[in-house]
Design a binder for this molecule. Sequence first.
Ligand code: PXL
Length: 274
Amino acid sequence: MNQPKLTLTIAGNDASGGAGIAADLKTFAEFGTYGIAALTTIATMDPANNWSHGVTAMSAQVVKDQLITAFAGPSIGAAKTGMLPNAEVVEAIADQVEQHPETALVVDPVMICKGEDEVLNPENVEAIKNRLIPLATVTTPNLFEAGQLAEIGLLFNLEDMKKAAKIIHEKGAKIVVVKGGKSLAGDEAIDLVYDGNEYFTLSSKKIENANNHGAGCTFAAAITAGIAQGLEPIEAIKKAKVFVSEAIQAGFKYNQFVGPVFHSGYRLNRQDSI
Ligand code: PXL
């Protein structure tokens, strides 16, 4: 057996298992890569209080120490960032990742969790924009996040998505994937991809009442794993879209509050590995 390709997630723990490092590590495994996690935050949900989220930050020092450990092994093919609690942690991550240009970076600029309506931390958005976006091979904002990163407010249609993608590309991300998700009108879930040269869209049928908690993390993790396995980023993005659609198909109701994707959906639905 050859040595596996290494993948790294720098993200939070979703205590319900659908999003965050749980989603990432399960996805990394489905792709046959060796996953490593550096924990940035712990997100807990309170069943006695309408599943409201609590967020506990790791210190910048312990995030830095985890990254030093992770990078002390064989070369990591690709890393991704997910939920980041504050600007200090973002800075610590950028300082380490910058020293490893051999590792492709996928930035999932998580600003908000589904069902929550507060941006995690405004100065955090600034730090992601200034320190991580310039290092990104791929970034995967949703409509809200793309509007924040591009500083153009809310996005409503494909034209708005193109405008945001261009601005985010100018800030340094090589490839921008703006996820239209369920929010755009129509019965397709459309993502817009921009690589500085051309725009193209990826679409899949919207799934009614989808159990899709963790879909964003799973999509970005699948792109990360594809790149680590040697795919060109655009090919990794296309493959990730297929992978996450199957994960959403296999999603299930966890409790009255949340329905996660099932990260093994592709393998189970198709009786084949990705
Ligand atoms: O889906 C965004 C997200 C990312 N990371 C963690 C989360 C969530 C949403 O719950 O808990 C750790």
